[in-house]
Design a protein around this ligand. Structure first.
Ligand code: CUK
Ligand code: CUA
Length: 640
């Protein structure tokens, strides 16, 4: 962001200040001074833990605003957080912010045995065999613009994948490696009814990326991928100009929006941010489907790819498949208002948000006529959430604030002509601001992505915690802050800091009554063969041994299993118990095996018994007073 070479001894505040410089001519001077003064004050208080005093009226105690959830009581909401480069989805209860579960998606996980049994390791292998992922945008499926509790989808920004989590069992049940996409960034279901899950390709690469056009960046493209939520098959893709970034769906089944930077088609930072404008791309989904039906595509990587670049003949007529709306430089987040009227794109390198009127977009000849507001919000606007009462809440990355503003007031205040770039005023639509700690990325309000947000809780997912927690070494936790937004008169109240492990991006907050997880597995829901209490058996054939056995408190189906060195051994193990919360596992030391066995679940693992010896197979979940005794011997006899 800066031409000054970074020196090794700058403080974070100095780096923040340097980050502002290239934005200086684009932001109101008054805001800059204010932000600068705040940064200075912060520096002088470094090490002081009481930046927020008790009399700070932006603070509220948990009990004052109903955020206290006593021990043993349940939360009102599930929050599903895309845990970034940890590769997983995390589940919090809201408003307690208690971490309830972690759902491994793109990484293996030793506690849950994810990636260790045949089913999940084959799924990860088929999806490219990567061992990590960057999970950003968990979006829960909807029917009629409301959560239906079936699935959560999440993208892998690193390796171009989309995963599906089954919300009956809270486990990943499908991952697709999206062809022609190097980084799948934005992710969202097509609303109202989750007809597709869209994966938004961020990085432009040669098409296909097979060694052609290596140093011809003009030939690189990025694609939008439409994935069938039931089959996880990529149905079609659309090629566009410029990078894409974040995305959201209209509420009516027609429009899908993606922000994008790099309309310049550059490869360096300065090339990518040269132009003062970039695009929001508005995909007209039925028009694209029609093009696919009419065979107007090229098959690349096994997928029909429709040409949605600006020069495409498909963008020529009166029903273009992709409309390119000019917005201020390098927009980042985009989200559609609950009433489906507007798509709001946040400026990132520009202090404004661009408000697109969706109905106008469908009617006007010039898509730029659909811009109906550009409120000046502050420095580094990234993402916007809604309370259902007409307010938008936008994170300001550089200012470390959440700003609340009135959407219709911004539309009313918008000048007929272009806004004056020297206009120093913050938008009159701004209602209030609250400081967050520090540098927020996404924020999410309860059910903000539906037609009917709840309007009580908001979580600001902050990238830095600096000195807010006990020092745990150079890698600090992130800070997920709970903010009460339920009282417009009293204003926003900061209620809780929640340290979290790197690095939550987007989240979805869903009313608890819309999610119905199972307590025990239903064997009809999986392929592996259920091994009942009477069914334990060992079969041998040509160096292959298949051990079928049950598990229960406090035993496995066999006390000893004897195989020959070099045998290919398959264990099929069922937990035959029906008691909720009683899990067993089959851990085999030195063979790197741990199968988690929830009640009525069956898991399989296949390995080669290549080391002679005695191996105590044991249960790794502390399941009863005799848990330590729940073990059997695997005896591997040396080959003759
Ligand atoms: S991106 Cu991470 S802070 Cu993937 Cu939605 Cu904006
Ligand atoms: Cu079963 Cu411990």
């Amino acid at each position: 962001m800066t031409d000054t070479p970074p020196s090794d001894d700058r403080t974070t505040d100095e780096i923040d200040a340097a980050d502002r410089e290239p934005l200086f001519d684009r932001i109101p001077r008054r805001d800059f001074m204010k932000a600068g003064a705040a940064a200075g004050a912060m520096g002088s208080l470094a090490g002081c833990t009481s930046l927020l005093k008790d009399d700070d009226d932006s603070l509220a105690s948990a009990s004052e605003v109903g955020a206290y959830v006593p021990p043993g009581e349940h939360d009102d909401y599930y929050a599903f957080l895309g845990a970034g480069q940890s590769g997983e989805i995390r589940v919090y209860g809201v408003p307690s912010m208690r971490q309830l579960m972690r759902i491994p998606v793109f990484q293996t996980d030793s506690a849950s045995g994810y990636g260790y049994d045949n089913r999940t390791s084959e799924m990860l292998e088929d999806a490219g065999g990567y061992t990590w992922g960057d999970a950003h945008h968990p979006r829960v499926s909807q029917t009629d613009n409301d959560y239906d509790g079936r699935w959560a989808f999440v993208n892998d920004k690193a390796n171009g994948r989309m995963a599906r989590v089954d919300l009956e069992y809270f486990e990943t049940d499908a991952i697709v490696d999206v062809p022609n996409q190097q980084g799948t960034h934005g992710a969202c279901c097509l609303l109202p009814d989750t007809k597709y899950v869209f994966g938004v390709g961020e990085l432009r690469v040669p098409m296909p990326n097979d060694g052609r056009d290596l140093d011809d960046p003009d030939a690189y493209t990025s694609v939008l991928a439409a994935i069938d939520p039931e089959t996880m098959n990529v149905e079609w893709e659309v090629e566009v100009d410029g990078n894409m970034d974040n995305a959201d769906s209209g509420k009516e089944g027609r429009w899908f929006f993606a922000t994008g930077y790099n309309s310049e088609s550059g490869v360096s930072e300065s090339e990518m941010s040269a132009s003062d404008t970039d695009w929001v791309k508005a995909f007209d989904v039925p028009a694209i489907e029609e093009a696919v039906e009419n065979g107007e595509y090229e098959e690349i990587g096994g997928v029909p790819v429709v040409d949605g670049t600006r020069d495409s003949p498909l963008n020529d007529g009166d029903r273009p498949i992709v409309r390119y709306v000019d917005v201020a430089k390098s927009p980042h987040g985009i989200s559609v208002t609950p009433d489906g009227k507007y798509a709001i794109a946040s400026g990132k390198l520009d202090p404004t948000a661009s408000v697109i009127d969706i109905e106008t977009l469908g009617e006007a000849d010039d898509p730029n006529e659909s811009i109906v507001a550009r409120p000046n919000l502050g420095m580094g606007p990234l993402h916007t959430a809604y309370d259902g009462r007409g307010h938008a809440y936008t994170t300001l990355f550089i200012d470390s604030e959440v700003v609340k503003w009135d959407i219709e007031a911004a539309v009313e205040a918008y000048p007929e002509e272009e806004p004056d770039p020297d206009d120093e005023k913050e938008s009159p639509a701004v209602v209030e601001r609250i400081s967050v700690h520090y540098n927020p990325g996404h924020l999410i309000a309860a059910e903000s992505y539906t037609a009917d947000p709840q309007g009580d809780w908001l979580i600001s997912l902050n990238k830095l915690s600096k000195d807010r927690f006990l020092n745990v070494g150079p890698m600090k936790p992130e800070n997920d802050q709970l903010i009460y937004i339920g009282d417009d008169d009293e204003g926003m109240k900061l209620v809780k800091d929640t340290p979290s492990y790197a690095e939550p991006h987007d989240a979805s907050i869903v009313s608890a009554d819309k999610i119905n997880p199972a307590d025990v597995y239903d064997p009809a829901d999986y392929d592996a063969e259920f091994v009942g209490g009477e069914d334990s058996e060992i079969t041998r054939e040509d160096g292959r041994v298949h051990v079928r056995m049950y598990s229960m408190r406090n035993e496995f189906g066999f006390e000893d299993v004897t195989v020959q060195e070099g045998d290919e051994v398959t264990f099929t193990v069922t937990n035959i118990e029906r008691t909720p919360d009683i899990l067993h596992s089959l851990a085999i030391p030195e063979y790197d095996i741990n199968l988690k066995l929830a009640p009525q679940d069956t898991r399989e693992v296949t390995f080669t018994a290549d080391e002679p010896g005695v191996y105590w197979m044991y249960c790794a979940f502390f399941c009863s007073a005799l848990h330590m005794e729940m073990r059997s011997r695997l005896i591997v006899e040396p080959a003759e």
